[in-house]
Design a protein around this ligand. Structure first.
Ligand SMILES: [Zn+2]
Length: 447
């Protein structure tokens, strides 16, 4: 079995602590990467990302519809991350949604952003007319994502037959094309739809001018095998129709916790645009998480755009939608790079003592914090050792006197939680070693 070769785009390609291991070693000499053994080197087709935070994300029952100013800021952050397509809303939903859509489109134009805005609507004229009007009023090209359910379970519940779905879809697409809209045709619940139905619907959509097909895992049913099988089947259908120019999108939800692996599997199978939402917000347990997707695409070496704004983007989604970031959330959670465990902390500290930030960032983390503007944090808790205490004090310029270190460790061992900064500082204060400017019980200590 051949060993993985380090490449520039992999962990360690760039950023803080990302210069590669010290002393001329190759990354592959100290990390054997099984992830690379059977993975394709790149997705088969060029791809981009489509942000649904401001449309599907807002369908979460717990989110607050952000103020327009927050939406504009989010648009800027998406642009800064290299996201090339953004769903700016469902203008048919009411005046506020319509006005926001127009304002977001005008902002894209005014700021000359690299994103192409799109808007969603059912395959009914009442939803599509406001989108055509928003395009006209803003003077900004707007892509229509028009959707209808296609699975047998949905047909049964709605009392639809395939003829009805085809007829409705074709009328909607014809109308939109006449209105000068680019059309993406969205079959809701595609992953539970039969090949016979999909053959009719997708064929009709392409014949009537849809330039994209959106394959949806609307209810979070798919596994990576299912995602791959569906994308490959539709690719085959398009090739048979002589319509390989029609693009394929993947849109997934996270009900089984598989949204990110499904999106990656769809990409490997030939999807060209992946839909996702910041912080994974969305109905029920949410959509594919855009930030987790970007994180993985970067670590896989498949996404080269600067991700310096990735954590600020998640923080902005959290603040604007009023959804807290779970402490153990990948990359952006407050615990993502925090450890109080003695053995883990000792390894990180040893690496730092060698002056090797690259090593310190990877010894106990699959995600190098420094590449994303974060850093490893070492705390003191009941599972800590003396190295945690010495490191903690050293970081704050407090002398590591033996009696002080023993007392802090003793305090930690009697606690069932990780010590808060203030709890450690209380012990420091008892030894008369508080540094100038330390804050204890809300009071700044002048020292
Ligand atoms: Zn959805």
């Amino acid at each position: 079995m051949k060993r993985s070769r380090p490449t520039k785009a992999r962990n360690g390609g760039r950023g803080g602590g990302g210069r590669g291991p010290a002393r001329g070693m190759a990354e592959s000499e100290i990390i054997f990467d099984w992830n690379r053994e059977q993975a394709p080197p790149r997705p088969p087709l060029p791809f981009d990302l489509h942000d649904e935070t401001l449309r599907d994300g807002l369908q979460s029952p717990s989110v607050t519809d952000p103020a327009l100013g927050d939406k504009l800021e989010l648009l800027e952050l998406m642009d800064a991350l290299g996201i090339r397509s953004v769903n700016v809303g469902l203008p048919g939903a009411g005046k506020r949604a319509f006005d926001d859509t127009v304002a977001l489109c005008r902002h894209v134009q005014k700021r000359k952003l690299g994103v192409v805005p799109s808007a969603a609507g059912r395959t009914v004229l009442a939803d599509i007319k406001p989108i055509a009007e928003a395009q006209q009023r803003s003077g900004q090209k707007l892509v229509l994502y028009t959707f209808i359910g296609s699975s047998p379970i949905r047909q049964f519940a709605e009392d639809w037959d395939v003829d009805f779905i085809v007829r409705t879809s074709v009328e909607a697409i014809d109308f939109a094309v006449k209105e000068g809209l680019e059309v993406a045709y969205v079959t809701e619940d595609t992953v539970r739809s039969s090949p016979a139905t999909l053959d009719r619907l997708l064929r009709a959509a392409v014949e009537h001018g849809a330039s994209r097909l959106v394959l949806c895992d609307t209810v979070g049913h798919a596994t990576p095998d299912g995602a791959r099988a569906l994308v490959r089947w539709v690719r085959g259908l398009l090739a048979g129709l002589g319509a390989s120019h029609v693009k394929l999108d993947w849109h997934g939800h996270n009900d089984r916790g598989l949204a990110v692996p499904n999106a990656l599997a769809a990409l490997e199978a030939g999807a060209q645009r992946l839909h996702a939402c910041g912080l994974g917000v969305g109905e029920r347990v949410g959509n594919t998480s855009m930030d987790q997707l970007l994180l993985n695409l970067r670590l896989m070496g498949w996404y080269d755009h600067d991700l310096g704004k990735l954590v600020p983007y998640v923080q902005k989604v959290s603040q604007a939608c009023r959804i807290p970031i779970p402490v153990n959330y990948p990359l952006s959670g407050s615990d993502a790079f925090r450890t109080a465990t003695g053995v883990h902390a000792a390894a990180i500290i040893k690496a730092q003592k060698r002056g090797d930030a690259w090593l310190a960032d990877r010894i106990y983390s699959g995600v190098p914090a420094g590449e994303f503007g974060k850093r490893q944090e070492i705390e003191i808790g009941h599972m800590s050792g003396m190295s945690n205490v010495r490191y903690w004090l050293g970081q704050r310029g407090i002398p590591c006197e033996d009696a002080l270190c023993q007392d802090i460790l003793q305090r930690a061992k009697t606690c069932a939680w990780t010590l808060k900064d203030e709890e450690v500082l209380e012990v420091v204060a008892a030894h008369g070693l508080l540094p100038r400017g330390a804050v204890l019980k809300g009071k700044r200590i002048l020292g």
